[in-house]
Design a protein. Structure first.
Length: 183
């Protein structure tokens, strides 16, 4: 029964923190690729992050067009999530290790965002190619900086774009490599 509470607590912590961290990272990525902020999905992301991010932006300005406040918010949330997860499991960890581990967790999460965004884009291109949806427009904006170089390396042939396979391989290698560096 004790294991149930540990698992349930870990699940709740991961879900609550993970969803908000993903929303904060999506806001950062949408700003980085200069996506359409009048898109309904963008408006949801902005409204969900504004109460925490706007006061933080008054203290922490952007740098070279990079939204440092959203990166710092995502990092702090990831750090708190890791502290809570280790505490629920009854594991004592060095705070310096947690600082380093949180960087790896965030990088892994960003890679998974790209992985699933590209996967959704591929599925949509099979199911209903050429249709417009606010979500697909944002997915295209987010994935295009990653897909463009892959398309140059592996151009479409016979009407098939195989560049997502190349990106999937690269993303999976990076996802496997991050734990080696960040523990």
């Amino acid at each position: 029964m004790d294991n149930f509470f540990v698992n349930a607590g870990s699940y709740l912590i991961s879900t609550i923190f993970g969803l908000y961290i993903i929303i904060v990272l999506l806001r950062f990525l949408l700003q980085a690729v200069r996506a359409d902020f009048y898109n309904p999905l963008s408006q949801f992301i902005v409204k969900a992050t504004a109460p925490v991010l706007n006061p933080l932006r008054r203290i922490i300005p952007g740098l070279f067009g990079i939204d440092i406040a959203s990166i710092l918010l995502a990092y702090c949330l990831q750090y708190i999530e890791n502290i809570l997860l280790f505490a629920v499991r009854g594991i004592s960890v060095n705070p310096i290790f947690l600082l380093w581990h949180s960087i790896g967790s965030l990088l892994t999460l960003v890679l998974y965002i790209y992985f699933f965004a590209i996967l959704v884009q591929v599925i949509i291109s099979w199911v209903s190619p050429g249709t417009y949806n606010p979500a697909t427009a944002l997915i295209h904006h987010i994935t295009e900086p990653v897909m463009r170089p892959a398309r140059k390396l592996l151009p479409p042939f016979s009407g098939f774009d195989l560049s997502p396979i190349l990106v999937f391989v690269a993303l999976n290698i990076l996802i496997m490599f991050i734990p080696v560096i960040f523990g």
